[in-house]
Design a protein around this ligand. Structure first.
Ligand SMILES: [Zn+2]
Length: 262
């Protein structure tokens, strides 16, 4: 969830100028407008409520951008005073040396994900039934991977990687939220919290695999279990697309904790 909605409202004031204008006047006389209240004739006359730099609405004429994110206000590029409302760049975490990147992995701050398991993880073999049976293996060592997370112009480091599962990411979720993950095919190591996409913001088909989250509204299995398809409906705002449904066989759904009561 890259927070593009840091600026909840813009100051709208006609004939005010960032270089010559008095900020006190702006704060006193401007009207507060949200992205939904924005009108095309306000273009060039809306300003940041914190740093007073000219803002623009993105996308200008639509409610959502091509990534399905709600329209937001952003700072123009001409002036760049420090402002806590500036969207942090999703450049991701960079490391000055391979040693430091390795250290971050050892310290559990950085995870290089080489891939996701193709097959369902199996519980560990258990020769002695009385022995404690652990969780299925959800996360295993991968090979060394070349990862472009060097500080100097995309310099690559050779780093130990993991083959994991979504369930593995969900375990210790609160801790994982703040770890940096380098996912397959990505250029950056990004905090998990910034990699998660709320399906409510999805309004287009997406070719790039992403990590989504949703709230279940209902789940129904309309045939013989366990091989029948279970239809799990998510909370989703009706728009161009009417609903958002996960179709997976009942067996697999139940293994993920989804049943009629979900
Ligand atoms: Zn600002």
């Amino acid at each position: 969830m890259e927070d593009n909605n840091l600026i909840k409202f813009a100051y709208y004031l006609e004939d005010w100028d960032f270089e010559k204008g008095d900020k006190k006047v702006l704060k006193k006389e401007a009207k507060e407008v949200t992205t939904t209240e924005y009108l095309p004739e306000m273009k060039g006359q809306i300003f940041c409520p914190e740093c007073s730099v000219p803002l623009f609405k993105s996308p200008e004429k639509k409610e959502f951008d091509t990534n399905g994110r709600k329209a937001f206000f952003a700072h123009g590029r001409k002036y760049t005073p420090d402002c806590s409302l500036r969207v942090k760049k999703a450049e991701g975490k960079k490391y000055t040396s391979e040693e430091l990147a390795k250290k971050a992995i050892e310290d559990d701050e950085l995870v290089i994900v080489k891939g996701f398991m193709k097959l369902k993880p199996v519980p560990p073999k258990n020769d002695n039934p009385q022995e404690y049976q652990g969780d299925p293996v959800e996360d295993i060592d991968g090979e060394l991977a070349d990862v472009p997370i060097g500080r100097h112009n995309g310099e690559s480091f050779s780093l130990p990687s993991r083959i994991t599962t979504v369930r593995g990411l969900c375990r210790n979720f609160n801790k994982n939220m703040y770890k940096y993950f380098h996912l397959p095919g990505r250029k950056n190591a990004i905090q998990l919290r910034d990699l998660l996409v709320d399906i409510k913001n999805v309004h287009n088909i997406d070719d790039v695999p992403r990590l989504y989250f949703a709230k279940i509204k209902s789940s129904i299995n309309r045939g013989p279990t366990p091989q029948n398809i279970r239809q799990t409906m998510f909370e989703y705002p009706r728009g161009e697309y009417v609903d958002f449904c996960l179709k997976a066989v009942d067996l697999s759904s139940r293994e993920h904790g989804i049943d009629d009561n979900s």
